[in-house]
Design a protein around this ligand. Structure first.
Ligand SMILES: [Zn+2]
Ligand SMILES: [Zn+2]
Ligand SMILES: [Zn+2]
Length: 371
């Protein structure tokens, strides 16, 4: 394809006239964030009257649902009860923090079903509802599995993780994500930010010889980041070329004054060496990116439905299934910290990097997913 055109906003060469997909997505998001109270009400009413179309993933309802949830945090108890009445159990995010009567309806449906697919969906819905009774229900099903459990891959405590929490055998609840979300936004050259994406390091990767990169450097002492409970700097370091080809996640430990120790890693195919596809201009693009921490927090699902936003906290947009890493030191599930979309940093890349950490052991994990 001949690239005869340019995106009028960012200058990316294009084979057609108009905005590039990232600028278009950003423009659409801004327009939803600017909806008036009347516009929001109108969309909510449309969703309520056509709730069945949501279950069938039909537009405009499906898109409107994600817009209301991700950019306006405006899924009401009325929408939730309407969905329950229509027996719609997908997408499970409908039921995030739904009221008790809706929760009880979900529990009743789960107790009644003998269909493993429906049980699968209902456990995700309860995970999203997420209160103590939802936990008791999942705990009971973990201790006393029903027949449908044989057709599912994982236990109810793993389903709970899709709501950003889990529980142990004693019924003790463990929170896995943060109740605050900040976006990374394009700043100006040399703008100071407590979160920096992509600091290219001098040391090189043992597999490919390319530069290691501090893919995220975050100063938890900034007022906006107090919710993380980090009294210093967290650094996440990986090889951008190899992180998607490792056996399991990449790990490093960090100290609050900014030091890092990268843990040894193995390539998934058992090979020692890997070609490096990251070019000098890519490292430069990575180092020169303008992302800074946004001034204002955004809804928790802000990053959950887009392929072009980098976020700190809240919910991730898992390309495959949600997956919380077990801390290699203490064995507890790690906390979800951030997602970075590779192609917001340099061209020709795909997939998302999910960054988690163990606050007790000061260990970071990074895992890559793509379609
Ligand atoms: Zn553009
Ligand atoms: Zn490498
Ligand atoms: Zn740990």
């Amino acid at each position: 394809m001949k690239l005869n055109y340019q995106c009028p906003i960012c200058g990316t060469p294009l084979g057609y006239e108009g905005l590039c997909w990232k600028c278009k997505s950003e423009q659409d998001r801004q327009s939803v964030m600017n909806w008036t109270a009347e516009q929001i009400k109108e969309k909510q009413e449309l969703l309520i009257s056509n709730i069945q179309r949501l279950a069938n993933m039909e537009d405009p309802e499906f898109t409107i649902f994600w817009q209301l949830l991700s950019y306006q945090n405006a899924i009401t108890p009325e929408i939730q009860s309407k969905a329950l009445t229509a027996e719609i159990y997908y997408p499970c995010e409908i039921y995030y923090h739904a009221p008790e009567n809706v929760r009880d309806g979900l529990i009743a449906a789960l107790q009644k079903t003998d269909d493993s697919q429906e049980a699968n969906n209902l456990m995700c819905c309860l995970a999203m509802q997420g209160d103590d009774k939802a936990m008791e229900t999942l705990l009971e099903l973990e201790k006393n599995p029903r027949d449908w459990r044989a057709n599912l891959y994982v236990d109810p405590s793993i389903y709970a993780q899709c709501g950003g929490w889990t529980f142990n055998k004693e019924g003790h609840r463990i929170q896995l994500n943060f109740n605050t979300c900040y976006p990374m936004v394009k700043g100006t050259l040399n703008e100071v930010s407590p979160v920096k994406i992509g600091r290219v390091r001098e040391d090189t990767c043992p597999h490919c010889g390319g530069h290691m990169v501090d893919i995220l450097v975050l100063d938890g002492r900034d007022e906006r980041l107090k919710f993380l409970g980090l009294d210093g700097i967290l650094t996440a370091t990986c090889c951008p070329n190899c992180v998607g080809f490792l056996k399991g996640p990449a790990f490093n430990s960090f100290t609050l004054d900014g030091d890092v120790e990268v843990f040894p890693s193995e390539l998934f195919d058992g090979e020692e060496k890997m070609d490096c596809y990251v070019r000098p201009e890519d490292y430069k693009a990575l180092a020169d990116n303008l992302f800074v921490l946004g001034k204002m927090s955004v809804p928790l699902f802000y990053g959950a439905a887009s392929e072009d936003v980098n976020t700190i906290g809240g919910f991730a947009n898992w390309v495959q299934d949600w997956e919380y890493t077990t801390c290699p030191h203490c064995g507890k599930p790690m906390k979800y910290l951030a997602q970075i979309q590779w192609d917001t940093l340099f061209d020709g890349t795909e997939g998302t990097l999910y960054i988690e950490f163990c606050p007790d052991c000061k260990i970071v994990s990074m895992q890559h997913q793509q379609t």
